[in-house]
Design a protein around this ligand. Structure first.
Ligand code: IPM
Ligand code: MN
Length: 350
């Protein structure tokens, strides 16, 4: 079996982490009976400066011929904020119909000191998944700005809500049958709409333990107890998912430990680290490569249906951390290593 994987290096620290992602994928499939062909395409801030377009048609054409995409972080400080985000990142997700944004939140053994939470709160572990709606809500890019006012339309469609909830219910049934929906139904009509659909679907799935949580309250409760007895699958809308994913990343030590997958079930999906292009540390060899490496595990699991190979990568990450290797973001004041040292250790354990 051969698959073509589109590779977007991105900006800033992007090329440093993505080249390791490619090496890890190559090593992971070596004994897995599949072959990968990597095809580069150009998208992002540097592409914009070179071509005048963040997402050139030619790049889209290349990506359409791929089975999955590995995307680096994008954005440059010398380009007006929002241009690369809207015309690159959000445009890619929307173009490929990737309506699910899966963000696993897992505390790796040994990283307790990198978390701002007390050890006491971490002793049961942290292992939940955020299912973020990825195509509608406040990120649907409808609205506008004038000198005197601005609007963003928080649009949710029946179809859009149904499909993300269905995905979350299916995932909950593969995990521990425990699903929490996060909304702001006491204020927003879009959230009320969402909650009604969620409650109707909960009735149709009596085997899944379901509850709804207001987003402000969720942010508080997850800090008071982030353990698996409280959270397993958390489904929420586009903006709330964006925000709680960063809060959750802090709980597990760093944005540098947070992978994500933008999924179009049956279409072309795209994995990417949750962190940005971090221009302040670009080229210094200190960026944490694990968010990208763990994103590659998601590519194996969710795009190529190879749970076994994804597990191999995740184990190799744990083994590298067990050696004590820590990039500065997860070092908690202890000794640090470089991007290459940490990534090479993962590769060795594969
Ligand atoms: C993320 C980022 C993006 C988002 C931005 C850069 C468009 O913050 O992936 O979380 O909001 O989804
Ligand atoms: Mn974000």
């Amino acid at each position: 079996m051969a698959y073509r994987i589109g590779v977007l290096e991105g900006d800033g620290v992007g090329p440093e982490v993505i080249s390791w992602g490619v090496s890890i994928l190559e090593a992971a499939v070596r004994r897995g009976g599949i072959e990968l062909e990597f095809v580069k395409a150009s998208v992002g801030g540097t592409t914009f400066l070179e071509t005048g377009k963040v997402l050139p048609d030619e790049s889209l054409q290349t990506l359409r011929g791929c089975q999955a995409i590995l995307k680096g972080p994008m954005g440059r400080p010398d380009i007006e904020a929002g241009v690369v985000e809207r015309d690159g990142i959000l445009a890619l997700r929307q173009h490929f119909g990737q309506y699910v944004n899966l963000r696993p939140v897992k505390l790796f053994r040994g990283l307790e000191a990198a978390s701002p939470l007390k050890d006491e709160l971490l002793k049961r572990g942290v292992d939940f998944v955020i299912v973020r709606e990825n195509s509608e809500g406040l990120y649907s890019r409808m609205g506008g700005i004038t000198e005197t006012s601005a609007t963003d339309i928080n649009l949710f469609s029946e179809r859009g809500v149904r499909r993300i909830l269905e995905f979350a219910f299916q995932l909950a049934q593969k995990r521990s049958n425990h699903l929490v929906s996060v909304d702001k139904a006491n204020v927003l009509s879009a959230s009320l709409f969402w909650r009604r659909k969620f409650e109707a679907m909960a009735e149709a799935h009596p085997q899944v333990k379901c509850s709804s949580q207001l987003v402000d309250s969720f942010c508080l409760l997850v800090l008071q107890d982030p353990s698996p007895r409280k959270w397993d699958v958390v489904v929420t809308d586009n903006m709330f998912g964006d925000i709680i994913a960063d809060e959750a990343a802090a709980i597990v030590g760093s944005l540098g430990m947070s992978p994500s997958a933008n999924i179009n079930p049956g279409g072309i999906s795209m994995v990417e680290p949750v962190h940005g292009s971090a221009p302040d540390i670009a080229g210094k060899g200190v960026v944490n490569p694990l968010a990208t490496i763990l994103s590659c595990a998601l590519l194996l699991r969710h795009c190529l249906e190879r749970d076994d190979l994804a597990g191999d990568v995740e184990h190799a990450v744990q083994r590298a951390l067990d050696e004590g290797l820590r990039t500065p973001d997860i070092a908690a004041g202890g000794p640090t290593c470089t991007t290459d040292e940490l990534a090479a250790a993962v590769l060795r354990h594969l």
